[in-house]
Design a protein around this ligand. Structure first.
Ligand SMILES: [Zn+2]
Length: 266
């Protein structure tokens, strides 16, 4: 694998086994990976990522939040999570808000099975996170795909969140246009190697608003079938973006790195 400077803009480091995680990060940092954005699933996950950020200062950059594709958290736990994030802010820690968003896949699965699904609490929670990101002036990492993209844009606009990152985005043309206009960032995973929908999105989206990610440990198909997802895979993502946009690979690599550094203030 190549060893250029790059950043994995979205990875669930805490979801790997303890031994895998340490070896993987050391290998990644020895192979040109400058940093990883370590997104969280919930409070426990946020605490693990905070520890990893302490262990790898400047290399593991944490994002704290509550992933939407799980049962909504009770009010007391929500308050506990928000209070914890506010405390990190007060301590002057470097972090972003995420992974937060809307439960597209859970909702679709429920609808398919003819089961009821109440989206309201998720919309309310995202509203709260947007308000928090705006108030603390922190970047926000979003999981909001297809028709949820427009709902997330409404919420971001309502709270004037300035730094918005839609990870692994896919959605309709109108929402894509709107996101470009609002200056929102998107990140692309290794599935750019084989997913036409993603390849078209890369063609359409300005290079200055793109980042590369793995969403590890999520497993990929095609050339990645059976392989453990590791941060170094963003090197391939950059190469594919360059090929699709018909630009020199070096220029694309450097721009992706610059975009991610600027967006996350790394
Ligand atoms: Zn994720």
């Amino acid at each position: 694998m190549r060893t250029y400077k790059a950043i994995d803009a979205h990875i669930h480091v805490d979801s790997y086994g303890e031994a895998d995680r340490q070896a993987m990060l050391q290998q990644a940092f020895a192979s040109g990976i400058q940093a990883v954005i370590a997104v969280s699933m919930h409070l426990e996950s946020s605490k693990v990522n905070e520890q990893l950020a302490r262990q790898f200062p400047g290399r593991v950059h944490p994002a704290y939040g509550f992933h939407p594709e799980q049962p909504i958290l009770p009010i007391e736990e929500r308050e506990e999570l928000f209070a914890w994030i506010r405390a990190k802010h007060a301590e002057g820690e470097a972090f972003a808000i995420g992974e937060v968003g809307l439960p597209y896949y859970s909702r679709s699965a429920a609808v398919e099975e003819g089961l009821p699904f109440n989206e309201e609490p998720y919309l309310d929670l995202l509203d709260r996170f947007a308000l928090l990101a705006s108030e603390l002036n922190r970047p926000i990492v979003l999981h909001a795909v297809h028709e949820d993209g427009a709902k997330a844009c409404d919420i971001m606009e309502r709270h004037q969140v300035k730094k918005v990152h839609f990870h692994w985005f896919k959605g309709d043309e109108a929402t894509v246009e709107r996101m470009i206009r609002l200056g929102y960032m998107i990140s692309v995973t290794p599935d750019v190697a084989y997913e036409n929908e993603i390849r078209s999105l890369v063609e359409r989206y300005p290079l200055e608003q793109l980042m590369a990610e793995t969403d590890g440990p999520w497993p990929f198909e095609g050339p990645y079938e059976g392989k453990m997802t590791v941060p170094e895979m963003v090197h391939d993502v950059a190469a594919h973006i360059a090929a699709i946009k018909q630009l020199p690979e070096k220029e694309v690599r450097e721009q992706l790195l610059r975009n991610t550094r600027e967006f996350y203030a790394l």
